[in-house]
Design a protein around this ligand. Structure first.
Ligand SMILES: Cc1cc2nc3c(=O)[nH]c(=O)nc-3n(C[C@H](O)[C@H](O)[C@H](O)COP(=O)(O)OP(=O)(O)OC[C@H]3O[C@@H](n4cnc5c(N)ncnc54)[C@H](O)[C@@H]3O)c2cc1C
Length: 496
């Protein structure tokens, strides 16, 4: 069970005064004070955790964001930024004594710049809307999270989101070339832009993936790519998970970089097929969807190369899409796999660990064994080409103890990912979900260094606290905080 920092009673006592002050910066319906309105923001997609925010503020302009942050910094009020609230790691989970800063009204696409192959957008624009706006020019935005109809560019930047096509075209960090952000003190900072590499430290790289803890993104410049001239997808079924996993490793080893290479296990295949009727084979233990893109001859050549590798690894079925409609149908099942699993279980936890590709088969078998140990089912549907696992642990929150068991199961999976040389997250972020596991991957020195970086942007630790770091530190005290003789220094600091 994850414990959040204790609310600051002094801030809560000033709630009325704080709401009145915020209304001066953001007029009308931009400040939501009534409980019924705040309820809508009480959780993100990590629905096991809920917290009513102190107040919700929905600014529409960068000047309003500046005013709100300046006021909050001066009055030591915490702020939790939020996009569409689809985070699976609890990154946008509100705090009882914090302002929830919803960026959903920032939804203008400022510019599609064809000559520079980029788009300048506000952070509340949905991921899919960028591609839709660019399509008329033969361009698209490559990172495509399965949540792309809802999730926002601001959330994508904060989580360094990925998607099925990131194997070949890179994650958000490879496709965002500039941001404007407002620091907790209300300073507007511009990093990167339409030009290639800026001099100095790669601060843009620091901001992408910083989980709303360094600043509030108010604009992003994203790379647009030409839509590939052609693409075909292969559905390849295997009677064993190891066969599919070895096939993935050999495809990459052969120097082929598919546009996407996803794997689903039996439970995920069944759930997706029942939901979407994508034509998936139901008599296999593992299914690969491999997309090859490029010009016609190149695609045909790669299709036969992948088919022959699949044959060597015991593929029992292999079907190539014969039309664009069929290719999209193959992907529709994969893209709807999370909601499809939601239909077969009252609740599920979606894990997100990344491992070296060669270890996929072995790790999936260990997860199967853990299913027996915890008495819970687990469906696997994931970015196999990147080694980015998404085990979905099925549970029923109404059954006493099941959430705890599911969380322990998830933690064991993530520890296993680190044990085999992987990392705790591939694309969903640490948030609150993996916060207490950070020690499995980083030592105290590593974590202190990371917190020093946060301090450089947010000295008082007011922006999205309680996420990512297992222990809060004050900037001045970093590096000098250890337990000595059973006593912690600075006992007034919140620890959870
Ligand atoms: C069904 C489903 C499928 C998913 N599939 C994928 C997938 O394939 N790949 C993937 O990577 N993720 C996936 N996700 C996770 C999620 O959609 C992404 O993490 C997404 O980027 C979150 O965007 P959001 O707008 O909902 O952000 P939120 O959930 O609102 O916030 C996420 C984080 O971003 C911060 N934030 C939001 N806006 C700003 C801003 N303007 N400035 C600073 N910080 C900000 C928040 O503080 C929080 O830490 C999926 C989620 C669901 C529910």
């Amino acid at each position: 069970m994850i414990v959040m920092p204790q609310p600051d009673e002094a801030v809560l006592a000033r709630r009325g005064e704080i709401v009145a002050a915020l209304r001066q910066f953001v007029p009308g319906e931009g400040v939501i004070d009534a409980e019924i309105g705040r309820r809508a923001f009480e959780c993100d997609a990590l629905t096991a955790y809920r917290q009513l925010p102190m107040v919700v503020v929905l600014p529409e302009t960068t000047a309003q964001v500046v005013d709100v942050l300046r006021y909050c910094a001066a009055n030591r009020i915490k702020v939790v930024p939020r996009g569409a609230g689809t985070s699976l790691s609890g990154g946008a989970l509100p705090l009882a004594d914090a302002v929830l800063l919803g960026m959903g009204k920032f939804k203008r696409i400022h510019e599609i710049d064809v000559a520079n192959r980029c788009a300048v957008v506000q952070p509340g624009v949905t991921n899919l809307a960028v591609t839709q706006a660019a399509q008329a020019y033969g361009l698209y935005y490559a990172p495509d999270p399965s949540s792309q109809i809802a999730c926002t560019i601001g959330g994508n930047v904060a989580e360094n989101s990925g998607g099925v096509h990131c194997l070949k075209y890179g994650l958000t960090t490879n496709n965002v070339i500039g941001v404007e952000l407002v620091t907790m003190e209300g300073e507007i900072v511009r990093l990167g832009g339409k030009h290639f590499d800026a001099g100095g430290y790669d601060l843009l790289g620091v901001v992408v993936g910083s989980e709303g803890m360094l600043g509030v993104v108010t604009e992003a410049t994203v790379r647009l790519l030409p839509t590939p001239p052609g693409a075909r997808a292969l559905l390849i079924g295997f009677s064993t998970i190891e066969g599919a996993a070895d096939c993935v490793a050999e495809i990459i080893g052969a120097g082929i970089v598919p546009g996407g290479m996803e794997m689903m296990d039996r439970l995920a295949i069944q759930a997706a097929e029942d939901f979407v009727h994508a034509g998936y084979p139901l008599d296999v233990d593992a299914l690969l969807i491999v997309e090859l893109d490029g010009c016609g001859a190149e695609v045909d050549h790669l299709i036969s190369a992948v088919e022959s590798i699949a044959g060597k690894h015991g593929a029992t079925t292999c079907r190539a899409s014969q039309s664009e409609a069929e290719r999209l149908l193959f992907w529709a099942g994969r893209k709807a796999a999370f909601p499809a699993v939601g239909r077969i279980s009252p609740d599920y936890l979606c894990m997100d660990g990344t491992i070296p590709r060669k270890r996929i088969g072995e790790v999936l078998l260990r997860i199967k064994q853990m299913e027996g140990q915890y008495g819970l089912r687990c469906a696997n549907v994931f970015h196999a080409g990147d080694g980015n696992l998404h085990p979905l642990i099925l549970y029923d929150a109404n059954e006493p103890g099941e959430l705890d068991r599911a969380e322990q199961f998830g933690q064991d999976i993530l520890r296993l990912c680190v044990e085999v040389g992987g990392v705790l997250t591939g694309e969903h972020g640490v948030g609150v979900e993996k916060r207490d596991l950070m020690g499995a991957m980083f030592n105290e020195t590593d974590l202190n260094q990371q917190q020093r970086l946060k301090c450089a942007f947010d000295t008082e630790g007011l922006l999205n606290p309680g996420k990512v770091f297992p222990q809060l530190c004050r900037c001045a005290e970093l590096g000098r905080m250890h337990v000595h003789g059973g006593k912690l220094r600075f006992p007034d600091l919140p620890r959870f």
